[in-house]
Design a protein around this ligand. Structure first.
Ligand code: UD1
Length: 374
């Protein structure tokens, strides 16, 4: 029986008859939610909590969702709201409309949301209006860039959350400055690292075949990078140039794939630039751990590379995860191609930034969360 087929109670732990347990409802929707929810569900399950899992359907491709459920051992979701793609307003509104009756019916004692995607803010607003206590895991991160949809999602979710779990001290400071009461804030560490620590050994078996000794691993999906045709063209040109010196492995997000298709950039002239479909969690982890350098605009990958001490060049002007730069292996190279090329040269010359692992990024964050929630 696969993890997906297991009844929820067997995976999540069953509340004992004698002592009714608090019912937690987890709401997830997009790829970066899954590796954060899995350890929390597991830790609450070990405490015997009653839990349900709702998938909004924001991400729906097998490669973006189901394979993560399988590999992370997430239980089959009780409800899938199947919202699919749409503008931000449409997607958020659809999730809100479809989630409200589920909450009214199931009446959880608390709703738990993760990160900063549209599903997070939608579930937060519905829960707050129904006066259901809201728990936000990965609270307090700020890029201070309101042109990023995720920044709006973070600000709003944290304002209505009742319990806020933060990964680092900067997040606590942001929340306090925004008027969040100190007693609601708990610094527990980085929950995504729990999944990484647990599954790193297993990931070795998921290495793609014929992997070169040295390679750059690329991911790119932010609208600010991929929705500007000239810039995307320039970036792909840089990766093609880079691939003359070192293999470049680029699992392509559906949005980016669409843009590359629109620009007719599919056929690259170079044999060592590999454009792949999005990869399952374990294969990506295996690559990340062995990469010579990672080039990305993802938030989570800045953190994973910091933990793995793999040099990371982030194609953004700012980051909501500053500790990955101050302490970790991350460098912000902005959107200028020149800086990217310079930094790549440094890595190729054998001078990578390795950094250090931040405190509390130890694989035990979910246990701390479960202890506080129960
Ligand atoms: C979302 C999150 C982003 C996160 C990213 C990880 C928001 C605002 N953004 O961005 O923070 O870093 O997920 O992937 O919530 N698509 C598919 N199949 C899928 C999912 C998406 O084809 O399974 C395509 C659709 O055409 C869709 C587009 O990708 O319109 C973008 O998907 P969407 O969920 O809107 O945002 P992401 O860019 O994935």
């Amino acid at each position: 029986m696969s993890a997906l087929e297991k009844p929820l109670s067997s995976t999540l732990g069953v509340a004992s008859k004698a002592m009714p347990k608090k019912h937690f409802m987890h709401v997830v929707g997009a790829r970066p939610n899954f590796m954060k929810a899995a350890p929390v569900i597991r830790a609450l399950g070990e405490k015997g909590s009653r839990q349900t899992l709702v998938h909004t359907g924001q991400h729906y491709d097998f490669n973006m969702s189901e394979v993560f459920f399988e590999q992370l051992g997430l239980p089959r979701q009780e409800t899938n709201l199947e919202v699919g793609p749409g503008s931000h307003a449409k997607q958020t509104a659809e999730i809100m409309m479809r989630l409200e009756p589920v909450l009214l019916e199931k009446k959880p004692a608390a709703v738990v949301v993760y990160g900063d995607v549209n599903s997070t803010v939608a579930a937060a607003l519905v829960s707050a209006k129904l006066r259901i206590p809201l728990v936000h895991v990965e609270a307090g991160l700020r890029s201070f860039d309101r042109s990023m949809p995720e920044e709006i999602n973070r600000l709003l979710t944290d304002q209505v959350a009742d319990t806020l779990f933060t990964p680092s001290a900067d997040a606590d400071e942001n929340l306090l400055r925004e008027g969040v009461a100190r007693e609601k804030i708990f610094r527990v560490g980085n929950v995504m690292i729990d999944s990484l620590v647990r599954l790193l050994p297993e990931s070795a078996r998921h290495l793609p075949p014929h992997l070169p000794d040295r390679f750059a691993l690329v991911t790119l999906h932010r609208p600010s990078n991929v929705d500007v045709p000239g810039y995307l063209r320039q970036l792909l040109g840089t990766f093609a140039e880079l691939s003359k010196k070192i293999s470049v492995i680029f699992p392509v997000h559906p949005r980016t794939r669409q843009r590359i298709g629109e620009l007719r950039l599919d056929v690259m002239p170079n044999g060592t630039l590999h454009l792949l479909d999005p990869l399952p969690y374990l294969s990506f982890l295996a690559l990340e751990q062995r990469a010579t350098v990672v080039i990305t605009d993802s938030g989570g990958i800045q953190e994973e590379t910091t933990f793995l001490r793999i040099p990371c060049l982030t194609l953004r002007e700012n980051t909501e995860r500053p500790i990955t730069v101050t302490l970790g292996s991350n460098k912000l190279v902005g959107r200028g191609i020149g800086r990217l090329v310079e930094e790549l040269e440094l890595v190729l010359a054998g001078r990578p930034k390795r950094g250090e692992i931040p405190p509390f990024w130890d694989g035990h964050t979910a246990e701390r969360i479960a202890a506080i929630l129960t």
